[in-house]
Design a protein around this ligand. Structure first.
Ligand SMILES: [Cu+2]
Length: 150
């Protein structure tokens, strides 16, 4: 009886593992871009990125500052005001309003000082895309631009 149960569990693990491995390795970045914030400055360094459309990019953001931040790539500048307003009510979601996630390209969790996050996405069609910190009070200053080049 014991032996049979062990065999069953083993078989399930064998079946489950390949799909887990596939899910973790499906995104292979073409390039890694590093962003950081330092001190109490409300800024991303650098605040301008240019990449070719279709590039699989991993943006590695490190909060080397003293304040909490998040990093959110937005599809249209037109949505920044609404996102910033909605973020105030989104503390439980790391100040990224999930009801507006269709407006976003990629986003991080809220990163306390010293934390890092990787954002993986494909650079969209040619154009300019803002990236921003939506922590309350930061979005007015803490933003940059991703230029997608053809
Ligand atoms: Cu911030």
């Amino acid at each position: 009886m014991m032996r049979l149960r062990t065999l069953t569990v083993g078989a399930l693990l064998t079946l489950a593992l390949p799909s887990l491995v596939t899910a973790q390795s499906s995104f292979v970045p073409d390039t890694v871009v590093t962003l950081r914030s330092i001190g109490s400055a409300l800024e991303f360094l650098p605040d301008r990125i240019a990449l070719k459309t279709g590039t699989k990019v991993r943006v590695r953001y490190t909060n080397d500052g003293t304040l909490p931040h998040n990093l959110v790539f937005v599809k249209s500048e037109d949505d920044l005001d609404a996102l910033s307003a909605a973020a105030y009510q989104a503390g439980a979601e790391g100040y990224v309003p999930m009801q507006m996630k269709d407006k976003l390209i990629a986003w991080s969790v809220l990163l306390s000082a010293g934390k890092s996050a990787d954002l993986d996405f494909v650079v969209p069609v040619p154009g300019e895309y803002p990236f921003i910190c939506l922590f309350p009070g930061h979005s007015g200053m803490m933003l940059g631009t991703l230029r997608a080049l053809r």
